[in-house]
Design a protein around this ligand. Structure first.
Ligand code: FAD
Ligand code: ZN
Length: 469
């Protein structure tokens, strides 16, 4: 083992490793403090060549290794639970180039999302991925988790923003696929296999990312709606009236406004009368009069009873204030106390029926649980969360598994997904056999054993073990 460690250290270079428990510690605990890992060796390579050398040694010696980016993942995928070597890509953080005319940014895996956004802005363009964790998460992590966020409605998940990829395979060979081609049907589109693979099939070292023109105008509105059904109809209405220029459509329940107003500084209810539900709407484009268009469409929506009231941000500061409410919901939930969370998706049209059925089922089985259902209605993705009844945090969390089953079984009835954007990691691995067919799981296992035949890449994550009778 000492020999392997010495070889790995040599491959990573003089400054490319740490055995200092103090330096390693922050990499072993994640954002929610839900998981605690252990590892005695942190590798910090600065080039693809170094990553390739490291994986070559791991492959030859059968040494397990866990890739990590910004450590903001919410399902424990980036945590080494069994003393594996930790491979941090954070030191591979160069922007390799921006092609303004081709609208492509080439970034290494460790570039922080906010820095990639800033580089795009500097070039007069935009990189549209927008997450609450953008100050810490990395491009490599965003690709490995196929991150979603607030602009999926218009620009898609990370998968649709990746044009080319550089990947080091489990045996240390490099798949050089940095070819930003909109059209390339020359065989299997291999990069897709690594997007969303959560570090289990290969290590992403760099990517070509799609950039977009910056919209000249961004309009943000906040509307009170009587029900999720009205919100769904309002979504279609606003898409039609803006010619598809919506970039966000977020559902917010009354309780979230109350929690945020109570716990978060500078946040308050933007509308005069309380309403059971709200939506935050963002439209963006470079057409003249977009704001007037949105205002007129909302006026008509009120006449048609799709909305009860609405306010439009008059300037950027007001727009930020409205987004601040939406982006503070998780934090407000945390300050309020314990909560059980589900990151689910169902077909967009099923959202109202799903909310009704699943909320009732939880109310019947877990009396007093307070539903805080919010999220990306336009993508069919809800953060279907429940806060504990006041003062009952501990007993509440003991119901975690049972509530997950109750909710996820209903998600399955609606042909939905038990992980819309956060992934499977360690947290949801053992739920998969209940919700995915054995054929799908077999195909996943086939991929895993082909790309990682010695099971050294992030072992134990995503793929549930085969249970033998
Ligand atoms: P890490 O957490 O370090 O790793 C995540 C997974 O990717 C692990 O399985 C790891 O092994 C693997 N990995 C990391 N880098 C590589 C690499 N270079 N090659 C191969 N595998 C790799 N997610 C959303 O989708 N939408 C949201 O709106 C959203 N909001 C968030 C808000 C907050 C406040 C927080 C804390 C998290 C949020 N997340 C969200 C989750 C998280 O930020 C994303 O999953 C993000 O993409 C993870 O990036 P990371 O660099 O931190 O990856
Ligand atoms: Zn989300």
């Amino acid at each position: 083992m000492n020999d392997i460690v010495a070889r790995l250290k040599a491959a990573a270079g003089e400054k490319g490793f740490s055995e200092d428990p103090k330096e390693i510690a922050p990499h072993l605990e994640e954002w929610r403090s839900k998981y605690q890992g252990r590892s005695t060796l942190l590798l910090k390579p600065a080039s693809t060549k170094d990553v390739a050398a490291i994986l070559g040694i791991c492959f030859e010696t059968g040494t397990p290794i866990v890739p990590q980016g910004g450590n903001t993942g919410l399902v424990g995928g980036q945590i080494p639970f069994h003393g594996e070597v930790l491979l941090s890509l954070k030191w591979m953080n160069r922007i390799r180039g921006v092609d303004k005319d081709g609208m492509i940014l080439t970034a290494e895996a460790g570039v922080v999302l906010a820095e990639a956004q800033a580089a795009a802005t500097e070039a007069g363009l935009m990189f549209p991925l927008k997450l609450g964790s953008e100050g810490s998460c990395t491009i490599g992590g965003n690709i490995a988790t196929n991150a979603g966020g607030n602009h999926v409605l218009r620009y898609g998940m990370m998968r649709s923003l990746v044009m080319g990829l550089e990947v080091v395979m489990a045996d240390g060979r490099v798949l050089e696929m940095l070819r930003p081609l909109a059209k390339d049907n020359s065989g299997y589109d291999l990069k897709q296999i690594f997007i969303g693979s959560e570090g289990t099939l290969g290590v992403i070292t760099a990517a070509n990312l799609r950039l977009f023109p910056r919209p000249a105008e961004t309009v943000v509105a906040f509307a009170a709606v009587p029900s999720p059904d009205a919100a769904l109809k309002l979504l279609g209405h606003m898409q039609r009236r803006t010619g598809g220029l919506l970039s966000a459509f977020e559902l917010i329940p009354r309780i979230a406004i109350e929690l945020v107003s109570h716990h978060i500084p500078r946040a308050r209810d933007p509308l005069a009368a309380p309403s059971p539900w709200y939506v935050l709407i963002e439209a963006a484009g470079s057409v003249a009069g977009l704001k007037d268009q949105v205002e007129a469409a909302l006026g008509d929506a009120i006449t048609q009873n799709l909305a009860r009231d609405a306010t439009l941000a008059a300037n950027e500061a007001q727009a930020r204030t409205l987004w601040h409410i939406r982006e503070s919901i998780s934090e407000a939930q945390k300050r309020e106390g314990a909560s059980i969370k589900h990151d689910i998706s169902v077909p967009v049209a099923s959202i109202p029926a799903f909310i009704e059925k699943a909320t009732q089922a939880v109310a019947a089985k877990f009396p007093g649980a307070r539903p805080v259902t919010f999220g990306h209605l336009g993508d069919g993705n809800l953060h279907f969360n429940f806060n504990a009844p006041p003062g009952q945090d501990e007993g509440f969390l003991a119901q975690w598994d049972e509530m997950q089953l109750t909710v996820h079984d209903i998600v399955k009835e609606f042909s939905g997904s038990i992980s819309a954007e956060h992934g499977i990691g360690a947290m949801k691995r053992d739920l998969l056999p209940r919700y995915k067919s054995s054929e799908e799981l077999d195909a996943m296992r086939l991929l895993k054993s082909s790309f990682d035949p010695k099971n050294i890449l992030n072992p134990g994550k995503v793929i549930p073990p085969v249970r033998r009778l």
